[in-house]
Design a protein around this ligand. Structure first.
Ligand SMILES: Cc1ncc(C[n+]2csc(CCOP(=O)(O)OP(=O)(O)O)c2C)c(N)n1
Ligand SMILES: CC(=O)[C@@H](O)[C@H](O)COP(=O)(O)O
Ligand SMILES: [Mg+2]
Length: 662
């Protein structure tokens, strides 16, 4: 059934307008009921101005939320949240929902530690349901909720019964390119006795224009509302397309869908960035997500430093010149993952598959089988959902596929669902897979070339959402392990194994340990999984090993090294430092690293505690360390002294005395 909504609403008669700005009078969705057409338009304008002012100052999902101002007002007029469940897919478009549910005052703290989350957050409000920020899940939540409400006798039957609860997932056209969305849709459409109102927010884009047959189909419906549509074929009532910037028309369509008493889809047409010309004119992604920008121009207020993403993009383009078999694969994030330059130079060699990470990985196994070398570029956290494809479609088939995981480790403002903290752990169990963590741009360039040279196994490069920083040269490379620091004239007390970007903090800790009279060696294995056997050899020459990684400590490089040392019958204790097996809230990256126990002082303390726990060697108490503001330049080490033969396993002091050199 199709209903093209008209601009008339059956909402209560409007109250007499008041002098106070409408936005200040809306503290909860109930306050919307008495607003007339003019006040609703004023409210939309005030919300839009509020978003521009606040989000330009804090950073966040500006364009996305400018596109859903009227839609969200209509949603909260047509339905009674939280009794009715408004489910926001991905959740990055929930700022207006937060404003309408009494959280406008929190926007100065948006996406900061202890501040307002950038996604729905159940701890913030009873109006919030889905916190995951991972696309394409809302229809599945809706199916589950509808089943639960139905079994509990709470689900609406479409009548005006105030006791009946509606389930209303709001999903974008981009999220509809994710396979999970179709699993949910299949169940919703097949349950004709479970009325769910699906709101398809169609702005034609994910970041870039949405790709594939679904995008083509939706485009056809936008331009020819009478065209045949697949939703009806599935058994859904289809209402629309409706102008999502017309509050009354959208509200009318939502109410009509709710009254049908059967699963329905309301096709709402919006514009990402609506009402803010810098966003509307932003070809790349309509200012999907911004940093701190000028609210008049949308231009960043300070020049960003070179990021890891940019370094990768440059190197990928350079490799593309030399390797015609190398292709780029992205899940609707070509520019955010750094494939822009590669795509500009080799447009036919970049594949945007939509928000479809499982397909990105499995189709890459196909690309490799066809003789190409795919480089799959995803944010670390989004690879989680494609783990089976990594194991069964790439590794089992010994396919030469390279994964580049941006946003690996602590990311920061996007909070718990975005920290790329699980990739090392889950990938550590994949047979044949090799994982590298570059410490600096030079190593990224080197490791990426080593990775794309492997044609019979998966290779992975991981790096964080951070400035790439300067190169950190090694003093030597031994069997693939970079020696970054060896305390001169000190015993081989502690071997610090740095994974990637943690090298900087490890070097500062080694300096501090030297000041305490403790001999540290800092090494960077570059390829952190599987364990380089030379590390167990080095471990056996030290009294203690400390491993440091920007990933969960319960599984990953450190755990694997501890196991390898035990397997090699090394008696050297291993202390593994990493992120806790917890969901980490939003905040600044460095702040979260330090609060998670990965600061310089934590490394120093782990080393001194570990040494104290070993055979008795007098270790001075840790003085109050001065705040380390800058990582000092390291003294040039002119030569690496010879490695003595393995001494007998005498007691600690004999062991230490004979370990004057690496
Ligand atoms: C599984 C997953 N992959 C990638 C992303 C990154 N991402 C966040 S929003 C977005 C685009 C979403 O497009 P759409 O659903 O159309 O919503 P819109 O931003 O247009 O409102 C993407 C790709 C994500 N959140 N989850
Ligand atoms: C919602 C989502 O997943 C993306 O928009 C993400 O927030 C972008 O993260 P970056 O800002 O780190 O690119
Ligand atoms: Mg979209």
């Amino acid at each position: 059934m199709r209903t093209t909504a008209k601009s008339s609403s059956s909402s209560p008669a409007p109250r007499r307008p008041s002098a106070a700005p409408v936005l200040e009078r809306v503290r909860s969705p109930e306050d919307l009921a008495g607003l007339g057409t003019a006040e609703l338009a004023e409210l939309a304008a005030q919300i839009r101005g509020f978003l521009i002012e606040k989000v330009c100052a804090t950073g966040g999902h500006l364009g996305v939320n400018l596109g859903v101002v009227e839609l969200t007002i209509a949603l909260h007029r047509a339905f009674r949240s939280p009794r009715d469940a408004l489910l926001f897919d991905t959740g990055h478009q929930s700022y207006v929902h937060k404003i309408l549910t009494g959280r406008a005052a929190g926007f100065d703290t948006l996406r900061t530690s202890g501040g307002l989350s950038g996604y729905p957050c159940r701890a913030e409000s009873e109006h919030d349901w889905i916190e995951n920020s991972h696309a394409s899940t809302a229809l599945s939540y809706a199916d589950g909720l509808a089943k639960a409400f139905q079994l509990r006798g709470e689900l609406t039957d479409g009548s005006e019964d105030p006791a009946g609860r509606h389930v209303v997932p709001v999903i974008g056209d981009g999220a509809m390119t994710g396979g999970l969305a179709w699993e949910g849709l299949n169940n919703l459409a097949g349950a004709t006795d479970r009325p769910v109102v699906i709101v398809l927010n169609d702005n034609g884009r994910a970041y870039a224009p949405t790709i594939g047959g679904i995008a083509t189909h939706l485009g056809g419906l936008r331009s020819e509302p009478r065209a045949q549509h697949l939703f009806g074929e599935l058994g859904l009532a289809y209402l629309g397309p409706v102008d999502g910037h017309d509050i009354a028309a959208t509200e009318q369509a939502l109410r009509a869908a709710a009254a049908l008493g059967r699963p329905a889809l309301v096709h709402v047409i919006t514009t990402k960035g609506h009402g803010f010309s810098p966003a509307e004119c932003d070809e790349a992604d309509r200012m999907h997500a911004v940093g701190v920008v000028d609210p008049r121009t949308g231009i960043p207020t300070k020049a960003p430093k070179k990021s890891w993403t940019e370094v990768f993009g440059e190197q990928m383009a350079a490799i593309g010149e030399q390797r015609p078999d190398v292709v780029g694969v992205s899940a609707a994030m070509v520019l955010p993952v750094g494939l822009g330059e590669f795509a500009r130079r080799f447009p036919e060699r970049v594949f945007d598959v939509g928000i479809a990470e499982q397909h990105a990985v499995c189709s890459s196994a196909g690309l490799a089988a066809g003789g190409l070398h795919p480089v799959v570029c995803v944010y670390s956290t989004f690879l989680n959902r494609a783990f089976d494809q990594v194991v069964m479609d790439v590794a089992l088939h010994k396919a030469g596929v390279t994964f580049v995981l941006d946003r690996a480790g602590v990311t920061g403002p996007d909070g718990a669902s975005h920290h790329g903290m699980w990739d090392s752990a889950i990938l550590s169990v994949v047979p044949g897979l090799r994982l590298a963590a570059p410490r600096d741009p030079a190593r990224l360039a080197e490791l990426l070339r080593e990775a794309v040279a492997v044609d019979d196994a998966p290779t992975v490069i991981r790096f964080p959402k951070a400035d790439a920083g300067p190169d950190i040269e090694a003093h030597a490379r031994m069997n693939g392990v970079d020696i970054l620091y060896r305390a001169v004239g000190r015993p081989l007390d502690v071997l610090i194994v740095a994974a990637g970007v943690t090298a900087k903090a490890c070097l500062a800790a080694a300096e501090e340990l030297d000041r305490l009279g403790i001999g540290a060696t800092v090494v960077d294995p570059r390829w952190i999984l599987p364990v380089n056997p030379h590390l167990t050899h080095l471990a056996d020459r030290h009294r203690l090993v400390v491993t440091v990684e920007d990933g969960v400590r319960s599984a990953g490089m450190g755990t694997a090294l501890a196991q390898a040392c035990a397997d090699a019958r090394s008696t050297t204790p291993v202390r593994v430092m990493g992120l806790p097996r917890e969901f980490l809230a939003a905040g600044a990256r460095q702040e979260i690293l330090e609060s998670s126990g990965l600061g310089v002082r934590d490394i120093v303390t782990t080393a001194t505690d570990g040494l104290r726990a070993g055979p008795h060697i007098p270790i001075p108490d840790l003085p109050d360390l001065p705040e380390i503001t800058e990582i000092p330049d390291l003294p040039e080490i002119t030569e690496i002294t010879e490695i003595p033969p393995i001494v007998s396993k005498a007691n600690g002091s004999a062991k230490r005395a004979d370990r004057r050199a690496l």
